[in-house]
Design a protein around this ligand. Structure first.
Ligand SMILES: *Cc1c(COP(=O)(O)O)cnc(C)c1O
Length: 481
C-alpha cells in the first residue's frame, strides 16, 4: 500500500471529498474500531465510553481538555510485545509517553524501560523500575547525566559518539565502575510506513556510521577499556514502520559488523538491539503489522543472518514506544467555536476549534501527522461534512486533525475525541500561549485515576520570578545555573 499525501485546499474537491484515503463514513456515529483502544465503545445513545465511564462523566469530573488512558489496553499492548518476542528483551521507549504510573505498568508487564535524559531516568527511578532493566539513550548526555546513570546503576548505556565513549571511560574509571554499553550505529536505512530507504551513508545526528569503519573503531575502543562492559550493537531505523523490510536490510548490515568484530577480537558480543519504531493506526489508511507478525519476521532475519555468518544468535532487544502508548489513549476536547470558511469554487471548510491544540499535541503542526476524530458526547443525524479540528493557539498551523468527516451539526459545547493520541503528545507538550498542560487520567474497571494533574496558571507563574538581581540572595531560590 502506498501513502498518498494530503491535498491542500488548492486541490479542487478537497473540501467535499478530502484526501484520497479519507472516505465519507456511511454512519458518522460509528467508531472505526481498530483506531480505538480495546475498552472504548459507543453507548446506545451515541456517547463515547471507556472502561465503563462516559466522556460526559469524564468531562464533568476531570474537565477538558484531558488525555484519557485506557489502562487495560496499554497493559495488554505491552504484554503482547513480551509474548510475541518471547526470549527477547522488550524495552518500552519512555520518551513516547512517561509518567510514574506508566513506568510502573510496563515494568509490571515484564518490560524493560528506555530513557533518554536525566529527567526520564528520575521518573523511572521514582516508579521503582529495577535499574538493571533501564537503558539510557541520548546523543548528547551531559556528564551529570552519565553520573546519574552510574549512581542509579542502569543496566546499559547506549553510547552515541566517540566523544561520549571517552567521557564515559574517564567517569567510569574515576568511580571504578564498569557500566554495560551498547554502541549505537547507523546502518544507512531509514524506514517509515511500508517504505524504507537504504543508502551507504546517513546524514543525521544519531549514531556512529558503519560505513568507513567508525562503528568498528568505537566497538574496539569500548572492548579494550577495562571500565566499559561492551554488550553489543544498537540500531534504530525510524518510526511509524509498518513491516519488517527495513529491519531486514539494517539487521543484516548490523549483524555483519557484529560478526566482523567477533572475527577480529574473538569476542562475540552477547546482545543486539534492533530499536523501535513499530507503527500504529492513526487513520483508516494505516495498516501496521501486529507484534506477532513482526516477531516472526525479525526472528527469521536474526537467526538466518547469524547462521550464514557463523556466529551465535545474541540476546536481542527491541524498543517499542508508540505501539504501546499511542493507541491506548485518546484526547478529549470541548468545542468552542465552529466556523465555516468559504473557499474558491463555492466550497467551504468547517473549522471546529477546541480548547487545546498544538500545546497538547504538536505532531500535526510539527510533522503533518494525520489523526482521526469523533463527535463523542451524542449521536447525530446530520450528514458528515469534511471538517478540520483546530486548537486555540495563536498560530494558523495549530491543527489537531487536518481532515475528518464530522457531523454537520457539531456545535459549541460538544465533545470531540481524538484516538491514538497517547504517544508523543504529552511527552512533547508545551505551555505555548501560557496554556497550562491538560491532565492525564487513566480509566480501568469503571474507575478514573489521576496520573498527571492539570497544570494551573499559578504553576506557570511560579516559575516567573519577576526580575531578581543575580546573587543578592533576596529573591526566591534560583535553581540551576
Ligand atoms: C524514539 C525511539 C524509540 C521508540 O520509537 P517508537 O516510534 O515510539 O517506537 C526506540 N528507540 C530509540 C533509540 C528511539 O530513539
Amino acid at each position: 500500500m502506498t501513502h498518498t499525501h494530503v491535498a491542500g485546499a488548492i486541490h479542487g474537491d478537497v473540501t467535499t471529498r478530502g484526501p484520497v484515503w479519507l472516505q465519507p463514513p456511511s454512519d458518522v456515529n460509528q467508531l472505526v474500531d481498530h483506531l480505538w483502544s480495546s475498552e472504548v465503545t459507543k453507548t446506545a445513545d451515541g456517547e463515547l465510553s471507556v472502561a465503563g465511564v462516559t466522556v460526559s462523566d469524564l468531562a464533568a469530573r476531570v474537565g477538558t481538555p484531558a488525555l484519557v488512558v485506557d489502562e487495560a489496553d496499554l497493559r495488554s499492548r505491552a504484554r503482547s510485545f513480551v509474548d510475541a518476542f518471547t526470549g527477547w528483551d522488550v524495552f518500552y521507549a519512555g520518551k513516547s509517553f512517561l509518567s510514574v504510573a506508566i513506568a510502573t505498568w510496563v515494568a509490571d508487564e515484564g518490560l524493560f524501560l528506555d530513557v533518554c535524559s536525566g529527567g526520564e531516568l528520575a521518573v523511572a527511578l521514582r516508579a521503582g523500575v529495577d535499574p538493571l532493566k533501564i537503558g539510557m539513550h541520548g546523543n548528547n548526555k551531559s556528564d551529570e547525566e552519565l553520573h546519574q546513570a552510574l549512581d542509579a546503576g542502569v543496566g546499559r548505556l547506549i553510547v552515541d559518539s566517540a566523544d561520549e565513549i571517552e567521557r564515559l571511560s574517564v567517569i567510569s574509571a574515576e568511580r571504578d565502575a564498569r557500566p554495560g554499553v551498547l554502541v549505537r550505529v547507523t546502518a544507512g536505512v531509514e524506514a517509515h510506513t511500508h517504505e524504507y530507504i537504504a543508502t551507504a551513508r546517513e546524514d543525521q545526528k544519531f549514531g556512529i556510521p558503519i560505513t568507513g569503519g567508525a562503528a568498528l573503531d568505537a566497538l574496539l575502543r569500548c572492548h579494550t577499556d577495562e571500565h566499559l562492559n561492551l554488550l553489543g550493537i544498537h540500531s534504530h531505523i525510524g518510526s511509524q514502520i509498518f513491516d519488517a523490510e527495513g529491519f531486514d536490510v539494517a539487521g543484516r548490515r548490523t549483524l555483519r559488523l557484529h560478526a566482523q568484530f567477533a572475527e577480529q577480537t574473538g569476542y562475540e558480543m552477547p546482545e543486539f538491539d534492533m530499536g523501535g519504531g513499530f507503527g500504529i493506526a492513526y487513520t483508516t489508511q494505516d495498516s501496521p503489522a501486529t507484534p506477532y507478525e513482526l516477531a516472526e519476521q525479525m526472528r527469521h532475519i536474526v537467526e538466518s543472518e547469524c547462521k550464514s555468518l557463523g556466529v551465535a544468535v545474541p540476546r536481542v532487544s527491541i524498543e517499542p514506544g508508540r505501539a504501546i502508548s499511542g493507541p491506548a489513549a485518546f484526547m478529549l476536547y470541548r468545542v468552542g467555536t465552529v466556523k465555516t470558511v468559504p473557499l474558491d469554487g463555492g466550497q467551504a471548510r468547517v473549522y471546529i476549534a477546541v480548547d487545546g491544540g498544538m500545546s497538547d499535541n504538536i505532531r500535526t503542526a510539527l510533522y503533518g501527522a494525520e489523526y482521526s476524530a469523533t463527535l463523542a458526547n451524542r449521536r447525530s443525524s446530520a450528514p458528515p461534512v469534511l471538517s478540520r479540528v483546530v486548537g486555540k493557539h495563536c498560530e494558523s498551523g495549530d491543527i489537531v486533525v487536518r481532515d475528518e468527516f464530522l457531523p454537520a451539526d457539531v456545535r459549541r459545547g460538544d465533545l470531540i475525541a481524538v484516538p491514538a493520541s497517547g504517544a508523543y503528545s504529552r511527552s512533547m507538550a508545551s505551555n505555548y500561549n501560557h496554556v497550562p498542560r491538560p491532565p492525564v487520567v487513566s480509566v480501568a474497571d469503571g474507575k478514573i485515576s489521576m496520573l498527571l494533574r492539570r497544570e494551573t496558571v499559578e504553576d506557570l507563574l511560579s516559575h516567573d520570578v519577576g526580575q531578581v538581581p543575580w546573587g543578592t540572595g533576596d529573591g526566591p531560590e534560583l535553581p540551576g545555573r
